[in-house]
Structure formats: C-alpha cells, structure tokens
Design a protein around this ligand. Structure first.
Ligand SMILES: Cc1cc2nc3c(=O)[nH]c(=O)nc-3n(C[C@H](O)[C@H](O)[C@H](O)COP(=O)(O)OP(=O)(O)OC[C@H]3O[C@@H](n4cnc5c(N)ncnc54)[C@H](O)[C@@H]3O)c2cc1C
Length: 382
C-alpha cells in the first residue's frame, strides 16, 4: 500500500520546481519531498537569461524571481561590452518560503535517504516509505563515464558602506589575475548598496580553497572602490563542466527516474541547470502516467535529448580545457564575447544553429590548431 503518489528525494532546485509545478497542474497528487539538510534548497542563488526559457515557462517561474535586470556587462583585457536582455535571479530563501507555503506538510527535512527503489525509499533511521513513483534529485553524482572540468567558485553577499554605482550585473570580469585557470569575477548588484560577488575559476580539479576565494573577493572589491561592511551570506561550489562522456553508461548507473544534476541536466559549458530544471518540471507536470517506469523513461529521454544537443558544447569545453595553457583560457572567452549578440544569446540558451557553430570555430583560432585537433580527437573515457 503506497503512502504517497510520488516521493521526490532531495529538496533541491530541480525537485522543488517539479513539486511546485505538479502542485499547480495536478493538485490531487500526494507528494513527499525528503531532504537531508535542515532546510530545503540549501544556500544558493540561481540566475538565468530570459531567453533561456519559453514565454510560458517564464510566466510560471516569474513569481519566484527575486532580482531582475535588463542587461549585463562583460570585461576582458581587450574588450568591454554591455549586452541587452533580461537577467534574473532566484534565491534559496524565497524559493524555500514558497515551497513551504504551498507544500509545507509534505516536506521532510533533516532526513537522509539511504536507498531508493521504484516503490519505496529507506531512510537512514531505518524507516521505509512507500510510493507509486520515486524521483532521485540528490544532485551531482561523479561517475567514471563522464570526463569533467570544474567551475569552482566562492560567492559572498555584502552590505556596503556606500552605494556601489552598478546598474547591471557584471557576468564576467576577466581582467583579474588568472591564477590557475580561467578566472573571472561575477557581480550582481542586488540593491543599490548590496552586492553578490563571486570569484569563479574554470579549473581542472575541484581544489579552489575557500580562503583563496575570500581573499580574491576582498581584493577585487578594494580595486573597484567598494567598501565591504557586513558579510550577509556566503556560498561556494564546484560545478561540472562536461568534456566528454558515455551517456548510456552514465544512465546504466541510474536505474530510477532522476532530475537536475543527478540526471546530467545542465548546460555543459556553464554548469547552470535552472533552464533544464524548469523544462523538465513542465514535462513531468503534463504526465498522466505517474509511475516509476513512466518517469524513468521520460527523464532518460529528456536527458538523452539534452546530451545530444550539447555535443558541440562539450567540444568547445575540450578546446577551453585541453588546448593551450590554462592561464590563456580567457582568450577563448574574450573572442566569444566579440561575436554578435544573438549568437551569444543562443549559446546560453543551448540553441546554437549550424551557422553559429561554424562561426564559433572559424577565423583566427584562439588556441593552437594542432592542440585543438588533439583535444577533439583524444578519447577521454576508456
Ligand atoms: C553555489 C552554486 C551556485 C549556482 N548558481 C547557479 C545559477 O546561478 N544558475 C544556474 O542555473 N545554476 C547554478 N548552479 C548550478 C545548479 O543549478 C545548482 O547546483 C542546482 O542547485 C542543481 O540542482 P539539483 O536539484 O540538481 O541539485 P541541488 O539543488 O544540489 O539539490 C540536491 C538536494 O539533494 C539533497 N540530498 C543529497 N543527498 C540526499 C539524501 N541521501 N537524502 C536526502 N536528500 C539528499 C541535498 O541536500 C540537496 O538539497 C549553482 C550551483 C552552485 C553550487
């Protein structure tokens, strides 16, 4: 006898969006979210470009957006550019509040799941809960079937002593010392005197120290003339940047329906997963067959489609990570940001045309040609 229609394991970004969408579209379903941490959704901000979503996706996500801007800047040693287009940010605090308001009685926090099966989950304390379907949304699962680089960062939200003067985000300021890889600082002006500043590194291994990130942020703020007064929040993380992989082998290790990073659903070059999570939530909310096999089939197919679509991004990642010295990676990005704005928009939305792809690899290469060819043809997975 099932206790619930659907159990969502992990109350992170992807499963929360699925729960909210199902609650709106199929309110008759009984859901249970189980989260290991004391709070759902951790300690994050999630940003996205307006063009990453369809109009209808944006419409249902809009109530959860905390901050919005109508353009952004990028800065490189030989390029400064302002690009137009909506840029939006959600916070874990607000999304957790919305989730609790709508599904309060259906969230179990501080409860780690030990094992999952098609019809039940076993908790660390030995209890077993039964359901018609289970979705695994426990976040990134490292696997030998995937060769990855890392986007490592430390982010801090600061109350400043005086207004900072920014009117839009700086998505990449790569004029900074590159240290061990491609390094840039990402800044969101949250209010006129509050900033989120993230020290970001595209590096080979997840070995950015928290202290290094903190020092970098403090030095960057000083250089910009911002007087940091009170630290309001700090987050850090390592996002996978996929270089190559064996998709079927990855999913062979994932016998149940999955969402988010657990289902390999993220932009291969930026590591961002919000647009994928929104699209998957929409697909799941449309389903009439809410069983584990139906959900496994849907999430597998959805992930496979995304994997195929991102072949070119993995190839670009290999050029970024494997062709040329790590500290020259910024040149690849500077060249990218010289391209026409619609192409940049389609790049972030994962919607490159054939012409865009040709444009990206044509002209004077930013990395040595032989090294680029080697990076493309060398097998990274045995
Ligand atoms: C600091 C940071 C900033 C990011 N910024 C952005 C951004 O701006 N835009 C964007 O699109 N992406 C961003 N990302 C990337 C990505 O979108 C996030 O990592 C996103 O949270 C991934 O969603 P998810 O649902 O797959 O996993 P998570 O949101 O990580 O959720 C997984 C959840 O499962 C829980 N869990 C794990 N194991 C168990 C268990 N055994 N039992 C119960 N619960 C368990 C975890 O505690 C966690 O809450 C960011 C990532 C990080 C780390």
């Amino acid at each position: 006898m099932a206790d619930y229609d659907l159990i969502l394991v992990g109350a992170g970004l992807a499963n929360t969006l699925i729960a909210l969408r199902l609650n709106a579209q199929q309110p008759q379903l009984s859901l249970l979210l189980i989260e290991a941490e004391a709070q759902p959704l951790g300690n994050h901000t999630w940003s996205f470009h307006g063009d990453d979503l369809t109009e209808s996706q944006f419409a249902w996500l809009a109530p959860y957006i905390c901050y919005r801007w109508s353009g952004y800047d990028v800065r490189f040693p030989m390029l400064r550019r302002t690009l137009s287009g909506g840029y939006y940010t959600l916070t874990s605090e607000q999304l957790a509040t919305e989730l609790t308001d709508r599904l309060g009685g259906q969230i179990m926090t501080g409860t780690a799941v030990r094992t999952l099966s098609e019809h039940s989950v076993k908790l660390e304390d030995g209890r077993e809960i039964f359901a018609h379907a289970v979705i695994d949304g426990r976040g990134f699962r490292p696997d030998k079937s995937m060769a990855i680089g890392v986007q490592a960062f430390v982010g801090q939200v600061w109350q400043l002593a005086a207004p900072h003067g920014l009117t839009r985000p700086i998505l990449m300021d790569a004029t900074v010392d590159q240290q061990q890889g491609y390094r840039f600082v990402y800044t969101l002006p949250l209010t006129e005197d509050q900033l989120l500043i993230e020290d970001t590194h595209y590096i080979d291994h997840a070995d950015l120290s928290l202290d290094r990130g903190r020092i970098n942020i403090s030095e960057y703020a000083k250089d910009q003339g911002w007087q940091l007064m009170t630290l309001l929040r700090e987050e850090c993380g390592n996002l996978p940047i996929t270089l190559a992989g064996k998709f079927s082998r990855f999913w062979a290790g994932q016998p149940l329906a999955a969402s988010g990073l657990r289902a390999n659903l993220y932009h291969a070059t930026t590591g961002y997963s919000l647009p994928h999570a929104v699209a998957l939530a929409d697909e799941i909310a449309k389903m009439s067959c809410m069983t584990s096999p139906c959900l496994r089939s849907l999430t597998y197919q959805f992930s496979r489609q995304s994997w195929r679509k991102q072949h070119f991004f993995r190839l670009l990642n290999r050029m970024l990570f494997l062709a040329g010295p790590a500290t020259q990676r910024w040149e690849v990005m500077q060249r990218f940001y010289r391209l026409k704005a619609p192409l940049i928009t389609r790049f972030y939305a994962g919607q490159l045309t054939l012409w865009d792809k040709l444009r990206l690899v044509s002209g004077k290469p930013p990395v040595p040609v032989i090294a680029a060819i080697k990076a493309i043809i060398t097998p990274l997975i045995k």
